[in-house]
Design a protein around this ligand. Structure first.
Ligand SMILES: Nc1ncnc2c1ncn2[C@@H]1O[C@H](COP(=O)(O)OP(=O)(O)OP(=O)(O)O)[C@@H](O)[C@H]1O
Ligand SMILES: [Mg+2]
Length: 220
């Protein structure tokens, strides 16, 4: 779905000729050193930035050729959890239900169920901006999965979590793929990548160096 993708920032090439695809039901691990371009790649797929070269196809549609209205519709079929999640200055409940609200869905039970899944069952009425890093990350994940995205883009989703919570969140990510989502998981956590990913790609200096099973490409 990503073909020959390139991205320049101020003349410096951050992504070079990147091609990859991910199927529904599959977790694709995305690893590589800091500054390799992982976040940039996820942001391009999430239509937050325009590629300098190449194309992105989603559900048979070439995103670079879509109208703005089509792009809005497509973005609603995907969800991204950012490396540094931004919380709206309202309750946790508001933050999680926001994605449903913009899609015109009202479902209070669903919000509570998803908060329980991320281990924040009693947090609905907390002010979201006062959460710890790990709590905010889990609220961001709840906000993403509640919309049942076809494509889930995760940027270091366990970076702020202790090992026990990282395990719980890992299981939750696997359940999203089992439920039919395509998942791209950018992570520095090789153990997580090994456990969760069906295939892994290695990005170094903006180029894809290897694709394969995590054990093979990570040399584990
Ligand atoms: N908006 C921007 N303007 C200029 N340079 C940028 C911009 N966004 C990212 N970069 C640069 O692009 C490169 C890739 O950044 P990116 O955030 O994609 O890396 P990453 O692989 O996600 O790194 P990390 O593992 O640290 O999260 C970096 O050198 C970064 O400084
Ligand atoms: Mg990053």
């Amino acid at each position: 779905m990503v073909q020959g993708l390139g991205k320049d920032y101020d003349g410096s090439e951050v992504l070079k000729d990147v091609s990859l695809s991910v199927d529904r039901g599959e977790v694709l691990g995305l690893v590589g050193p800091t500054g390799a371009g992982k976040t940039t790649l996820l942001r391009l797929i999430n239509l937050l930035e325009r590629p300098t070269a190449g194309s992105i196809t989603f559900g048979g549609l070439k995103l670079t050729e879509c109208s703005d209205a089509e792009k809005v519709a497509i973005r609603r079929r995907m969800a991204m959890v950012f490396q540094k999640p931004v919380m709206f200055s309202y309750s946790v409940y508001y933050n999680v239900s926001y994605g449903l609200k913009i899609r015109g869905i009202k479902d209070k039970c669903e919000v509570e169920a998803v908060l329980k899944e991320v281990g924040l069952g009693s947090y609905a009425h907390r002010e979201a901006t006062t959460l710890s890093g790990g709590e905010a990350q889990r609220v961001a994940l709840a906000r993403a999965i509640i919309t049942k995205p076809e494509l889930l883009l995760l940027d270091e989703p366990t970076a702020n979590l202790d090992p026990k919570m990282a395990k719980i969140i890992g299981d939750l990510i696997l359940r999203q793929a089992d439920g039919g989502a395509a998942v791209i998981l950018a992570t520095h956590d090789m153990g997580l990548c090994l456990r969760l990913s069906d295939r892994t790609v290695v990005l170094v200096n903006g180029r894809l160096l290897a694709t394969g099973r995590a054990e093979e490409v990570l040399g584990l």
